[in-house]
Design a protein around this ligand. Sequence first.
Ligand code: SAM
Length: 287
Amino acid sequence: MKNKTLLSHRNIEPENGVLYLVGTPIGNLADISQRALNILGKVFYIACEDTRQTKKIMQNYEIFNKMESFNSHNGFKKIPKIIDSLKKGNSIALVSDAGMPGICDPGEELVRCTILAGHEVIAVPGPCAAITALVSSGLPSSKFIFEGFLPKKKIDREKILLGISICEKTTILYESPHRIHKLLKELKKFCGGSREMRIARELTKKFEEHIGKNIDEIIDFFENKNPKGEFTILIKGIENKKNKNIDNNDLREELHELVSLGLSLNSASKYLSKKNNISKRTIYNLY
Ligand code: SAM
């Protein structure tokens, strides 16, 4: 049914000098909005993370338009050219290979520079793996932390893993299939095997799967398997321990364990203090 108000709303047709961030499917080609298709067909050109990938969507919907590559290798150099074109009054669309541009995909810098140059940036929303996984996970979804891919450097990685272990909100991570075993091991080490967790695999695709109840169960699931496909990981937040009785013996035991694993007494106390909402001094004195 055609809704007059909706169709006459601004942004159905591309406006001059505007950068459009267009969301594209994360698997299922049908997950693209009418507005997205319209904008892709009518902008001056489309900046694509990978033109071959975008071509599949264009061919499927019989849209013909110019495409230029804009990715993590060449994107930075191309920003001035895009801004120049916007200055001339052209409208440009940015798409990534899948999902929303700027979410672990190229776009952030371009958006920032475009706004600084005084041009408007308008998002045409589409699927995002993180949000799609979150809302179908059964975990609390109104407040969450998105960490994307964990950094590779051990010290940065462990800092975030420590943060996740004491986080009270659902944490969302992206990971590639060949690193999933490593990530699961780390999550078990930092959060414990009983921590509630889900993995959303191949969202919106034929073999979509929602795996697991907790870290141990997911580790078992992947044992002796060669994981394939795309994965989004969701870790439930810890309970707010405020006003709860905490057993000093358990705390002391955990403190000794962390120290024996190599953490300094200071760092271990700090960690347990944050985790349990108890002063660092109190924890320190248990040692
Ligand atoms: N921009 C995208 C978005 O809006 O979701 C994310 C791009 S990021 C480079 C790719 C990662 O997103 C994958 O490694 C995976 O962790 C997650 N992902 C993408 N598609 C997915 C899918 N269909 N199912 C599960 N996770 C997916």
